[in-house]
Design a binder for this molecule. Structure first.
Ligand SMILES: *Cc1c(COP(=O)(O)O)cnc(C)c1O
Length: 379
């Protein structure tokens, strides 16, 4: 029998029968997209979950398009005098690609080693600020930046701030104050995120007029007519995706209990063991991630290789930072000591809401073996 890899993430979205009642509604109504009733219901239920009025949530067709329409609604498209978007290099490619779709040139910044997010004070004094049209802080692995500090940064600099919080669904549920009336924040509902509609996303922003602009930008720039009035795109979530999202919400209490259980297994089995580094997991991170931060790059390589030969899939989720990726290497940037150091030491381990306890123990044993070999090497 051939053994298969333990996957780094194994999504589980609602099953057909759970989605079926919503699909039956679509069949009856024949309303398939363009902000149909299921989209509106999904937005209202999410807003209630976040403790806010319905306008605070506007869905999009993906996390990437949510960033794009939030930029268009809040900062507008890039202007000649302010062509730059300040973006942490420590993120997924989508953050910078969305900025480019709005006409901005990414300028990459390093992150703070403790918060893993932008150093706000450094941003406020940055020499390129006068040519910057938008600041795009990120919630890496779902770790929310300090939203009050970002509101203050926006006030102090006059430069609009939009937060890519793609993986921060759970953080926003537990810290409802994170949703600002001044700084929009975006989520992804991609299948690899902890709340998913297959593909999808949302802009969370407690500003009815701002959200009206989000809806307009997401629908070709139309407003009460079929004329494009502002820069726009097609970023609308379909009724079918909303159906999956609604079914996911129906099962959310159970899913959260499952995530908690698996995270506590990771914690219990790793406690007191020498893993050659330390684990990061929920509640600090989204439940979709378990990361091992090794003490050295060499230790990460050793652990990665030892897990691979044990048929355990791992992932360097943000690769070496965006400034290292071929499409972005020519962009302006700061020196990247923290991004480079973390990228070489942060290894994504397998996670799933139903990850087997035996697999967790096996993975931790392999990591501990890699750590003890390294002790022998250096002795
Ligand atoms: C997942 C993710 C995205 C992209 O979201 P999609 O829904 O896949 O478009 C953007 N930024 C970050 C930080 C992400 O983790």
């Amino acid at each position: 029998m051939t053994q298969s890899f333990i996957p780094v993430f194994r999504p589980a979205l609602p099953k057909g029968p759970e989605i079926a009642p919503y699909i039956a509604e679509i069949d009856t109504r024949r309303h398939y997209t363009n902000r149909g009733p299921l989209v509106e219901r999904l937005e209202a239920r999410l807003a209630a979950l976040f403790g806010l009025r319905e306008h605070a949530v506007r869905t999009a067709s993906s996390g990437t398009s949510a960033i794009e329409v939030a930029i268009l609604a809040h900062a507008g498209a890039a202007k000649a005098e302010r062509p730059l978007a300040l973006i942490p290099s420590f993120t997924f490619a989508a953050t910078a690609l969305a900025a480019e779709r709005c006409g901005y040139q990414p300028f990459f910044l390093d992150i703070d080693g403790n918060s893993w997010t932008l150093d706000h004070e450094r941003v406020a004094r940055h020499p390129v600020l006068a040519r910057t049209g938008v600041i795009l802080p990120v919630a890496p692995f779902g770790v929310l930046p300090d939203m009050r500090a970002l509101e203050a940064l926006q006030d102090a600099t006059g430069v609009p701030v939009v937060v890519d919080a793609a993986a921060a669904f759970e953080a926003v549920v537990s810290a409802q104050a994170a949703i600002s009336d001044r700084v929009p924040l975006t989520l992804s509902f991609h299948a690899t995120k902890s709340f998913s509609s297959g593909e999808g996303g949302a802009v969370l922003w407690n500003d009815p007029r701002g959200q009206a602009r989000v809806v307009q930008s997401a629908n070709f720039g139309f407003f009460h007519s079929r004329e494009a009035r502002v820069p726009g795109t097609n970023a609308k979530l379909s009724e079918y995706h909303a159906a999956v999202g609604l079914a996911m919400l129906d099962g959310l209490a159970q899913r959260r209990a499952d995530w908690l259980r698996v995270a506590s297994l990771w914690r219990a089995h790793s406690s007191g063991r020498d893993l050659g580094g330390r684990l990061h997991l929920s509640p600090r991170l989204s439940s979709a991630y378990v990361l091992l931060e090794t003490e050295s790059p060499r230790q990460m390589e050793r652990t990665e290789a030892h897990l691979y030969t044990g048929l355990v899939e791992t992932r360097r989720w943000y690769e070496g930072g965006l400034h290292m990726q071929p499409h972005f290497t020519t962009r302006g940037r700061d020196p990247m000591p923290m991004t480079e150091s973390l990228s070489e030491r942060l290894l994504g381990l397998p996670m799933a809401h139903d990850l087997d306890e035996k697999h967790i123990i096996f993975i931790l044993d392999r990591i501990a073996e890699a750590a003890s070999t390294s002790l022998r090497d250096t002795a």
